[in-house]
Design a binder for this molecule. Structure first.
Ligand SMILES: N[C@@H](Cc1c[nH]cn1)C(=O)NCC(=O)O
Length: 425
């Protein structure tokens, strides 16, 4: 391959995307290993859920530091560090036989995962022309979800046929191949291998974060991300399967089908949304408000249905909820157009916390409400308990919708103000 082909936007993006797919794979790889994990570590369902909570906490908590690191050291260095962390974490997880060591390993995987998406979005904005960025960003988020698909069927097969250690070792080993590809292909910008920002001091970090957060566009992006994706994330990472099986009395096969359908919806709706927001950038918040209102409406129908909702209604639920995943990416686009290039990654980090903190809150609250509504110490959760637990999503949607409404007005006023200043200045 010639140097030009090696360094075309699409090859650079392709390698970055492969790392992101691997990150999503690692993130989701415990989903199908739950039962094996409870046997291997001798743990309860609550301890198993701790893996998911820890992962979300580490991921969300790392977003601002990672954003700052990307602005300072560039995507290439940070993504490589993330890849090393994920590979080491997954290797330790492969050999771990105790619960505390497994938790430490998952925290490592979570940290590495947190270092991937922000780097990739930074690469997209450096390598692609402006008009293509919203579409490529959506396609990036969309294709990343193939990692979740790969974590379902192939990982189930690998666990059954290769056993725990070898299955996780193979998954970790892919990281070594990708690290070589990253070192050879990935440059931070068309002009150079490494992009280095200004050195950081505590004062400059504080000033840069404050400047990003002060911009109403960053806050709008944060609240968009907050209210669009948490329902789909909570369902796919932990509670979707038990909700369909115990709450809606579906078979395990039907529950698996519904969750797969949700991922497929994310993959198909992403490019459509990318096209829509690149054609109508002024209406990005309207698109988000319509999508979140539709998610709220369909959940209301399902939860208000007397008895289990019909399968067709649950299909509509996963289709509409699934669109929330790619809709969250609109928040990054608003962040990008509201911030200068030198603090783009840290603004992306702020925005990316929204949906993951909301998901973390939901994962915990749903578990607590299920325990509260179920007699004794039993985990035989009833449909009634699930109705209560899933209703806990409404306050978060309400908060998100109100905030999106508030900040869209402010963000629009700021755009008009900046435009006027540039015309008169
Ligand atoms: N909401 C996701 C991206 C997405 C796109 N389609 C479905 N989900 C997001 O915020 N991604 C960040 C990450 O690290 O995955």
């Amino acid at each position: 391959m010639s140097t030009t082909a090696l360094r075309s936007p699409w090859t650079v993006w392709g390698v970055g995307l492969a790392v992101y797919v691997l990150a999503v794979f690692h993130r989701s790889s415990l989903g199908v290993a739950g039962l094996v994990a409870t046997d291997r570590f001798g743990i309860s369902a609550a301890q198993l859920a701790t893996f998911t909570m820890l992962q979300l906490l580490v991921y969300a908590g790392m977003q601002i530091p990672v954003g700052l690191l990307v602005d300072r050291f560039g995507s290439r260095s940070v993504m490589l560090s993330g890849l090393v962390l994920m590979t080491v974490g997954q290797t330790v997880f492969a050999f771990a036989e105790s619960y505390p060591l497994a938790l430490v390993a998952r925290a490592g995987v979570g940290m590495g995962d947190a270092m991937t998406f922000i780097c990739l979005l930074r690469l997209v904005s450096s390598w692609f022309p402006l008009r293509r960025i919203p579409f490529v960003t959506q396609v990036t988020g969309t294709l990343g979800q193939t990692g979740a698909v790969a974590a379902a069927v192939p990982m189930t097969w690998a666990l059954a046929n290769l056993g725990w250690t070898r299955a996780y070792l193979v998954a970790g080993g892919v990281g070594i191949v990708l690290a070589v590809a990253l070192l050879v292909v990935l440059h931070d910008t068309p002009a150079g291998r490494n992009l280095r920002g200004a050195p950081m001091s505590l004062a400059s970090v504080r000033a840069s974060l404050a400047a990003s957060w002060r911009h109403p566009g960053t806050r709008l992006g944060f609240w968009m991300h907050f209210c669009t994706q948490f329902s789909a994330t909570t369902m796919s990472l932990l509670w979707g399967y038990p909700f369909f099986v115990r709450g809606e009395e579906q078979s395990s096969a039907a529950a698996g089908l519904l969750l797969t359908l949700m991922v497929v919806t994310m993959m198909f709706s992403g490019p459509v949304l990318g096209w829509l927001v690149s054609v109508h950038p002024w209406h990005r918040s309207t698109v988000v408000l319509v999508i979140v209102s539709s998610i709220v409406a369909v959940w209301t129908v399902v939860l208000a249905w007397p008895g289990p909702a019909p399968f067709a209604v649950l299909v509509v639920l996963v289709l509409v909820t699934g669109v929330g995943g790619p809709a969250s990416v609109i928040g990054f686009d608003v962040g990008r157009t509201s911030n200068p290039a030198h603090r783009l990654a840290s603004a992306t980090g702020i925005i990316n916390q929204g949906g993951f903190y909301a998901s973390l809150v939901m994962v915990v609250v749903i578990g607590l409400v299920l325990d509260w509504r179920t007699p004794g110490a039993s985990t035989a959760y009833t449909p009634e308990a699930f109705r209560w637990a899933m209703s806990a999503q409404f306050p978060l949607w309400l908060l998100g919708l109100v905030q999106v409404w508030r900040y869209r007005g402010r963000a629009r006023a700021r755009v008009l103000q900046d435009r006027e200043a540039s015309l008169t200045g």
